[in-house]
Design a protein around this ligand. Structure first.
Ligand SMILES: [Ca+2]
Ligand SMILES: [Ca+2]
Ligand SMILES: [Ca+2]
Length: 614
């Protein structure tokens, strides 16, 4: 199938082989809305408990392009106009050639395949087991999404990467950043890493490597060799990409190495050199700070910045790593471009600011071409942040949200950003009533894959918040998009616009509840002024559209919604829901039931023209 190209206009995903579609990721600092527990469909484990410390709202993420329904081979039909294109081509392991075991699809929480893209993966258990595929276009890099058994936070081993049957790379893999146990009450406790708690989840992590050129048509093989010592490797997917050469130092910039003594690719701490360089740029009026190619460690303190531009050599070339790989903007106009932040967070602690980006409520800040992994949250905004732009970023393998627009954050946007394997909402706009109102935030053309907890997008109060042209796939426990008066949020005002989004295999079981793929939850007050247009809901885990009280809803409009093959029903009206919504051109196909109405008639769906199938 063809690949959608990635560029600034569309962030798409590509799925080269097979059916798969993509999913998303997210991050956050505070506890997001708790993901629930509950039994999983298909039998799975006991879910997580309720949670949340008042936490933050989750974020949502999702990406752009329209994901398809995953039929064999084809690109699925996307929402009209949606999507972003990714710069990589994604290959699902389950459609590769293999002598391993292809895991059957499941949505059962605590089953490893339930957290896989496409809800399928391939297990390599024996020496010599492999997955193999043909490279559809030239590339020079690889990302492998994998799960290995939990050997604790110090277990590292390798996986062998072959190109045309010659060993090209031993890819490092670890269980350090995966495997969480227990329910949400264990979020902030060290025992969340204790297998004795049961309820294993959060199985996957990723490894990336720059390789030399691999032509189109080459055969790529991942194989468990004798020196690859994990008992087994569950391979979910592979992303192949052509990475541009390193970007040079711009004129007028200080170099971390030449001007400030940073030392790449060694064990030594570069925190001091980094902060020294930041301070010099600010104090001496240089144009910016350049981070040359290489990995720089931040091991002793978070970095404090203000009114500065920091540029790396590219997200594949420059990495700031370590437990204190954190950039806190304590002023305005912090602009970050072209580098990676790989933290060293191994558990979720909501009182610990293990966020790649944070600080106070800045204005005019920017993240562009930034890759974040292994932290709690990608960007937790300070209260009253204004005009933040996050563009063309990747936020993966996190313990909470990718991005949370918190507490009065306004006029801010996340676009063309890919989130995968977030431990809370990928992308959230959370507007607590004791803070200023969130206004005019936009999440658009993002792609979110497999958040292991919470939603792709969570919108908790605010004025004129928009979620547009995103793709959200394979949500493990929660809705794909959640619009909620919850977590102490302000009311919704202006118009909350949800336009041209695709939710693929979204919805899930948490907190003893079966969440629909798209959910409106009037948990703490009247929910109103929401318009939903051009929404594709494909194979939701439970219902397509889910309404829950106990407070009322009104001024809610659904227009042009396709709900394909829900497991339970097109609509689910939970007990206690009340109020009304308008529905026009809402078409359900293969829905076992049209409406599960547990509202005792207290919630009305007011039908307009063009409805069918429910
Ligand atoms: Ca763990
Ligand atoms: Ca997969
Ligand atoms: Ca160093």
């Amino acid at each position: 199938m063809k690949t959608r190209a990635f560029s600034s206009s569309t962030f798409g995903v590509l799925v080269a082989v097979g059916m798969g579609l993509l999913a998303n990721v997210a991050c956050s600092t505070a506890p997001d809305p708790p993901a629930g527990s509950g039994e999983s469909i298909g039998g799975g484990g006991s879910g997580a408990g309720a949670g949340g410390t008042g936490g933050d709202a989750g974020s949502a993420g999702a990406g752009g392009q329209s994901a398809g329904s995953g039929g064999a081979g084809g690109q699925p039909p996307g929402p009209s106009g949606g999507g972003a294109a990714a710069p990589f081509v994604e290959y699902e392991a389950e459609v590769m050639e293999t002598n391993g075991v292809v895991l059957e699809p499941t949505r059962a929480f605590t089953a490893v395949a339930s957290e896989a893209s496409g809800r399928q993966a391939v297990r390599l258990s024996n020496v010599g087991d492999y997955v193999r595929f043909k490279n559809q276009g030239p590339s020079n890099s690889i990302v492998v999404r994998y799960s290995i058994p939990d050997g604790g936070s110090d277990f590292w081993t390798t996986l062998s990467v072959y190109v045309n049957d010659e060993l090209r790379h031993k890819l490092p893999v670890t269980s350090r950043y995966a495997w969480t146990y227990g329910d949400h009450n264990h979020f902030n406790q060290p025992d969340q890493n204790n297998p004795g708690l049961g309820v294993p989840h959060h199985f996957f992590d990723e490894s990336r490597a720059l390789l030399s050129d691999i032509p189109a048509g080459a055969t790529i093989m991942l194989r468990k060799d004798a020196s690859d010592t994990a008992a087994e490797y569950v391979i979910d997917l592979v992303d192949m990409e052509t990475v541009a050469p390193p970007l040079p130092k711009p004129a007028g910039y200080l170099s971390l190495i030449d001007d400030c003594g940073g030392t790449p690719n060694d064990a030594s701490d570069d925190s001091g050199a980094l902060q020294h360089c930041i301070d010099r740029v600010q104090g001496e009026g240089h144009a910016g700070l350049y981070l040359p190619p290489g990995e720089f460690r931040s091991l002793s303190k978070p970095l404090s910045l203000s009114n500065i531009t920091v540029r790396g050599a590219g997200m594949w070339h420059t990495t700031v790593s370590g437990y204190f790989a954190r950039f806190d903007c304590w002023g305005n106009n912090c602009k970050y471009h072209d580098f990676s932040v790989f933290g060293d967070t191994i558990q979720r602690k909501d009182d610990s600011p293990e966020n790649a980006f944070g600080g106070n409520g800045s204005s005019g800040s920017l993240l562009e071409n930034i890759w974040v992994e292994h932290v709690k949250v990608g960007y937790w905004t300070g209260a009253d942040t204004n005009g933040l732009v996050i563009r063309n970023c990747r936020m993966r393998n996190l313990f909470a949200d990718a991005v949370n627009f918190y507490g009065g954050t306004s006029n801010s946007i996340v676009e063309y950003t890919h989130a995968r394997n977030t431990g809370d909402d990928a992308f959230a706009s959370w507007s607590p009533a004791d803070r200023a109102l969130n206004r005019k935030n936009v999440f658009r053309r993002n792609l979110v894959q497999v958040p292991w907890m919470a939603n792709c997008f969570g919108i908790y109060g605010g004025e004129d918040i928009s979620v547009e042209d995103n793709v959200c796939a394979d949500v493990v426990q929660y809705p794909g998009i959640l619009i909620a008066r919850q977590f102490g949020s302000h009311p919704f005002s202006g118009m909350t616009r949800i336009e041209r989004n695709t939710l693929l295999r979204a919805g899930g079981s948490a907190y003893n509840e079966e969440h629909g793929a798209f959910k409106l939850h009037a948990a703490q007050g009247l929910l109103q002024h929401v318009t939903v247009n051009d929404l594709e809901i494909i194979e939701p885990t439970h219902a397509g559209i889910h309404i829950e009280g106990p407070a009322a809803m009104d001024s809610i409009w659904f227009n042009k919604v396709n709900i394909k093959k829900p497991r339970t029903a097109a609509f689910h009206l939970s007990p206690g829901s009340n109020g009304a919504m308008d529905a026009a051109y809402v078409v359900a196909t293969e829905a076992p039931v049209g409406v599960i109405d547990q509202s005792q008639g207290q919630f009305k769906i007011l039908p307009g023209a063009g409805n069918a199938g429910w």
